[in-house]
Design a protein around this ligand. Structure first.
Ligand SMILES: [Zn+2]
Length: 118
């Protein structure tokens, strides 16, 4: 709570002397600032979760296409660093569409990881 109070005093610094003369107005402004702060936090968390989910889906799809363990998708919890680790450690090779199921598979795999056809 001390940090929120410090943040609000920095945010509202210039307005505080005027607000101090009217308790109801000060209370309303501080309440609105808290709501805006919480909405900003919620937005930041939502953006972070969305980025992690997108990275998770990308790694899972790419790992399956390369015949690698889809469990590597958990690198996504590390965010962009996890994506970088995956990109550096994944099996290297070109992805080509499978002639049977049209899903991407890495060149040189004995069987398609999606449909199992050679
Ligand atoms: Zn296939």
């Amino acid at each position: 709570m001390k940090k929120i109070g410090l943040f609000l005093s920095l945010l509202l610094g210039p307005a505080l002397p005027a607000l101090a003369q009217n308790d109801a107005a000060a209370c309303g402004v501080v309440g609105a600032a808290i709501v805006v702060y919480l909405l900003f936090l919620l937005f930041a968390v939502a953006v972070g979760v969305t980025i992690v989910v997108i990275i998770f889906k990308y790694i899972k799809k790419d790992a399956i296409s390369r015949g690698d363990s889809p469990g590597k998708a958990w690198f996504a919890l590390l965010g962009l660093i996890g994506l970088l680790i995956y990109l550096l450690t994944r099996p290297q090779g070109n992805l080509m569409p499978c002639p049977h199921c049209r899903a991407n598979r890495m060149q040189g795999l004995p069987r398609c990881p999606h449909c199992g056809n050679p």
